[in-house]
Design a protein around this ligand. Structure first.
Ligand code: ADP
Ligand code: MG
Length: 138
């Protein structure tokens, strides 16, 4: 069993579709083993997306991720990291595959509904960023 970190982004909480996204996650065989709705501070968003700090879209990304509440979640399955990336679809919904979360719900390349860890190593870091062991070790 593997775990990955998911974030349902502000465009989705704003449209009240977090349940619809969760249904797609569960239908794909991923189990939501921890979940909470929070509002990120600017500092937290900057730290979480530190890897992108030199990109032109970084200020916009931080502004968007702090523009409303997010739902952070830990997902569990065999091969969870790769499986979730697959069902999320491409970063840009215009080129995402049919049936993926982003193709179905994303509004644009920035308002793209979900985040998912891109490696097992980053999943571990990202889960520890948001969750303490008492919230997930069950
Ligand atoms: P992913 O979320 O698919 O792993 P990246 O890690 O490359 O994508 O980028 C992180 C997030 O930054 C994206 O999900 C998206 O919200 C935003 N982003 C990425 N590229 C762009 C871009 N060219 N313009 C605006 N926002 C972008
Ligand atoms: Mg990424």
């Amino acid at each position: 069993m593997e775990r990955t970190l998911s974030i349902i982004k502000p465009d989705a909480t704003l449209r009240n579709i977090t349940g619809k996204v969760n249904a797609m996650i569960e239908d794909a065989g991923l189990k939501i083993v921890a979940q909470k709705r929070i509002r990120l501070t600017k500092e937290q968003a900057e730290e979480f997306y530190d890897v992108h700090k030199d990109k032109v879209f970084f200020p916009n990304l931080v502004e968007f991720m702090t523009s409303g509440p997010v739902v952070v979640q830990v997902l569990e399955a065999d091969n969870a990291v790769e499986l979730y990336r697959k069902i999320m679809g491409a970063t840009n919904p215009a080129v995402a595959e049919e049936g993926t979360i982003r193709k179905t719900y994303a509004l644009s390349i920035d308002k793209n509904t979900v985040h998912g860890s891109d490696s097992l190593e980053n999943a571990k870091r990202e889960i520890e960023f948001f969750f303490s062991h008492v919230e997930i070790d069950h």
